[in-house]
Design a protein around this ligand. Structure first.
Ligand SMILES: Nc1ncnc2c1ncn2[C@@H]1O[C@H](COP(=O)(O)OP(=O)(O)OP(=O)(O)O)[C@@H](O)[C@H]1O
Length: 355
């Protein structure tokens, strides 16, 4: 049986529809991210799962049980908010023990659970501190510990890492994912950070305008985005207006910027006018004989592990990422020859492209 089911969830405030129609099936132990830009309805969806916001329409089922109208504290879920929402006048241990006390757990058992949880988030030794005596990263760990201490059936994370600096955030991604796997806890993360979603999730639900536009593994979402929105939201991409000139069973002949290319496809039907997508890292600098086009380097930036170049040529302006192999590539004004594989181009209907 699917562990957690969101069935046609919608939320309206007066005339404003903020969540339109969210349906999702989440397996026990799965880590799923709701990824999308600010205002797309991620937090509202999470709040409906948590029970803080009542859906206008739809149902939430946990292990087959309808919990749509169940009070938040009766749902047994653990929540970590962006602001952490720690109790400032309580010690770390008291913060973590609060939920356990509410559950009626005996004091001795509580002490044991608090130390186990502190160890889990690597905060042993800080039990008697107060939130104001902790760094941002440590506060975040206390918030996670507080959510985990009650052994929740579902862990809900609302942008919990957004207040941490980049390095700490990356460490927390790895650590939180390890804890989640170790405990086998079903988790929903709300984020607008694609790296966060990609590094931690089993599946990503990409949201746009109150709807889910794609649910897939991070790799699928990145490699086979089903809309321009998903394509550009998950990493950078080049988008080229093109036209289909010939259709074959497994591929199309496509005209783009004077170039005739062959693009493989699996099944989809396309209109004549399409957009072709190609990721910057799939384009490489080639020799004149095995290149597809030549373009002029307009800008280049060094980003440590790669060079990001902007080039201009028959396909317009393209972003090209060149791995850093220890030798600086062409400079501004130089002409470069570029190549890529047929398989690295993706087609979307010009119309779907806007969805
Ligand atoms: N109580 C409310 N009354 C009216 N409108 C609301 C209410 N709560 C949220 N909204 C609106 O619903 C929309 C979606 O908000 P929501 O917080 O779910 O988005 P989000 O995707 O989580 O964005 P962010 O990443 O900025 O938190 C926004 O336009 C917001 O202004």
């Amino acid at each position: 049986m699917t562990y957690l089911i969101l069935e046609g969830l919608a939320k309206r405030y007066g005339d404003l529809t903020v969540v339109e129609d969210i349906s999702l099936e989440i397996e026990r132990g799965e880590f799923l991210s709701l990824l999308g830009p600010s205002g797309c309805g991620k937090t509202t969806t999470l709040q409906m799962v948590a029970g803080f916001t009542e859906p206008t329409r739809g149902r939430i089922l946990l292990e087959g049980r309808d919990i749509t109208r169940t009070r938040p504290e009766k749902r047994g879920m653990g929540i970590v908010f962006q602001s952490y929402a720690l109790f400032p006048h309580m010690s770390v241990a008291a913060n973590i023990g609060f939920g356990l006390e509410m559950q009626g757990m005996a004091r001795s058992e509580r002490g044991q659970r608090i130390s186990e949880t502190l160890e889990l988030v690597r905060l042993d030794g800080l039990a008697d501190r107060f939130p104001r005596e902790l760094s941002g990263g440590q506060r975040q760990r206390v918030a996670v510990a507080r959510a985990l201490a009650i052994r929740p059936n579902v862990l809900l994370l609302d942008e919990p890492m957004s207040n941490l600096d980049a390095k700490l955030r990356e460490e927390m991604h790895i650590e939180l994912r390890a804890i989640q796997k170790k405990l086998g806890i079903t988790t929903i993360l709300v984020t607008h950070d694609q790296i966060e979603a990609m590094t931690m999730s089993d599946r990503i639900a990409v949201m746009h305008g109150g709807k889910i536009v794609q649910v897939s593994t991070p790799f699928e979402a990145y490699e086979r985005p089903r809309s321009a929105f998903a394509s550009s939201f998950l990493g950078k991409t080049n988008c080229i207006a093109a036209r289909i000139t010939e259709r074959q069973p497994n591929c199309c002949r496509v005209q783009m910027g004077g170039l005739n290319v062959r693009i493989p496809h699996e099944s989809a039907q396309y209109a004549d006018e399409i957009q072709v997508y190609i990721r910057p890292e799939k384009i490489r600098v080639a020799t004149p004989t095995d290149s597809r086009i030549s373009s002029v380097v307009r800008a280049r930036m060094f980003l440590g592990n790669h060079w990001a170049m902007e080039v201009e040529g028959p396909l317009g302006r393209l972003r090209v990422n060149i791995p850093n192999v220890g030798i600086p590539p062409a400079v501004e004004g130089d002409t470069v020859h570029l190549a890529w594989q047929d398989e690295d181009m993706r087609m979307l209907d010009a119309e779907t492209a806007h969805g």
